[in-house]
Design a protein around this ligand. Structure first.
Ligand SMILES: CSC[C@H]1O[C@H](OP(=O)(O)O)[C@H](O)[C@@H]1O
Ligand SMILES: Nc1ncnc2[nH]cnc12
Length: 317
C-alpha cells in the first residue's frame, strides 16, 4: 500500500510539539526488515514530522484499522537505506510521541537460537540483552537534565498480550516470552558468539531492539516487540548458516501475516486503554533539580517529556 503523500497542514505544529493526547489508544508501529508498510489504513496520510533529535527514518503513515489509530514508521527507511547502527532511534521514538501515539509495537526479523522457534514463527519478546557497541544514542537525557528510568521489564505485558492474541488470530504460530539479544551488526554473529548467547539463555537474536526499547521507556511509551523468525543464526550443526537472502525470503512469506496481525490488533483493541505505570515513569526518574533544567533541554524534550517540561519552559503539570 502506498499512502497518498501530503504535507499535513498541521505538520509544522506537529514538528514543534507533541499533539495533545485525546486519551485514545493510538498504536505506533515500527516496521523492521521486510515490513515497510502497515497494510491498508483507512484515511491514510503520509506526514513528514520533524524531530528535535535529527532525522527520523522517514515520514510516518497514519490512519485507522478496525477503528483504532495506527501511526507507522519503517525503521530502516523506504528502500531499506539505514543499517541498524545508522537508524536514528531517538528521532523515530520522538516523532511517534509527537504524533500522539500511546504505545509502540516493534515488528522485527529475528534469528532463532532455539530449535523450537522455527522460521515463520512469531515470538513475543519479554527480555532483552544489549550487546550493541555503545555508539548508538541510547538516551534522550543527560544534556542538562539527567534521568534514570527503570528497565527491569523492558516490554509492556499488556501490549505484548494484545499483540500475541492478534498474531494468533492472524494464523501465526506464536511463542509468548523470549529473551532477545541485540547485537551491533551489521555482520551476523560468529559461531562462538551464537553458542555463547545460547548459554546466556537468549532465545532469539536481532540488531535493533536496543536502544529502541530504552528510548520508548524514557518517552513513557509502553513498548512491545513481535519478532518473526527468519533463520537459525549459525549455532546449529545441521542446516545453512544465516544469510540475508534467507531472511528476506522468509520475511516476504510472512509480511502479510504481520499486516494481518496489525489489523487484528486494531479490531480487538479498546478505544481507550487504562493507565500504565510506564505512562508516568519519569515522575521518579529525573534527578536534576527542576530549577536547574536548561530551557534548551526542556525545549528538546518537549515531546518525550512534555508532560513534565511543557513547551518552551511552560510546565503542563
Ligand atoms: C536484513 S537482515 C538483518 C536485519 O534484520 C533485522 O532488522 P529489524 O530488527 O529492523 O527487522 C535485524 O535486526 C537486522 O537489522
Ligand atoms: N541471525 C540474525 N542475527 C541478527 N539479526 C537478525 N535478524 C534476523 N536474523 C538475524
Amino acid at each position: 500500500m502506498r499512502a497518498p503523500r501530503r504535507r499535513d497542514p498541521h505538520a509544522a505544529e506537529i514538528g514543534l510539539r507533541r499533539v495533545a493526547s485525546t486519551g485514545e489508544f493510538h498504536i505506533g508501529v515500527i516496521g523492521g526488515s521486510g515490513l515497510y508498510d502497515p497494510g491498508a489504513l483507512d484515511d491514510a496520510q503520509e506526514i513528514a514530522v520533524s524531530s528535535a533529535f535529527g532525522e527520523a527514518s522517514g515520514p510516518v503513515v497514519t490512519g485507522r484499522m478496525g477503528g483504532r489509530r495506527f501511526t507507522f514508521i519503517a525503521r530502516h527507511g523506504q528502500g531499506h537505506r539505514l543499517s541498524p547502527s545508522h537508524v536514528n532511534y531517538r528521532a523515530n521514538i520522538d516523532v511517534l510521541k509527537r504524533c500522539g501515539v500511546t504505545d509502540v509495537l516493534a515488528v522485527s526479523a529475528i534469528g532463532s537460537l532455539r530449535e523450537e522457534y522455527a522460521p515463520g514463527d512469531f515470538v513475543v519478546v519479554d527480555q532483552l540483552i544489549d550487546r550493541t557497541a555503545g555508539v548508538r544514542e541510547r538516551s534522550f537525557f543527560g544534556e542538562g537534565i539527567v534521568a534514570h528510568v527503570p528497565l527491569a521489564d523492558p516490554v509492556c505485558p499488556r501490549l505484548s498480550a494484545f499483540a500475541a492474541a492478534a498474531a494468533d488470530r492472524a494464523g501465526a504460530r506464536v511463542h509468548r516470552g523470549a529473551t532477545y539479544v541485540a547485537i551491533e551488526g551489521p555482520q551476523f554473529s560468529t559461531r562462538a558468539e551464537s553458542l555463547l548467547y545460547r548459554e546466556w539463555g537468549a532465545h532469539v537474536i536481532g540488531m535493533t531492539a536496543m536502544p529502541e526499547a530504552r528510548l520508548a521507556r524514557e518517552a513513557e511509551l509502553p513498548y512491545a516487540l513481535v519478532g518473526m523468525v527468519t533463520d537459525y543464526d549459525c549455532w546449529r550443526d545441521a542446516g545453512a548458516d544465516v544469510d540475508v537472502a534467507q531472511i528476506l525470503q522468509t520475511m516476504a512469506a510472512n509480511a502479510d501475516t504481520a499486516r494481518a496481525m496489525l489489523a487484528e490488533l486494531g479490531a480487538a483493541s479498546p478505544a481507550h486503554r487504562d493507565a500504565s505505570p510506564i505512562d508516568r515513569v519519569l515522575d521518579t526518574a529525573i534527578v536534576t533539580a527542576r530549577d536547574h533544567w536548561p530551557v534548551d533541554a526542556m525545549a528538546r524534550l518537549d515531546a518525550v517529556a512534555g508532560r513534565l517540561t511543557g513547551f518552551f519552559g511552560q510546565p503542563q503539570e
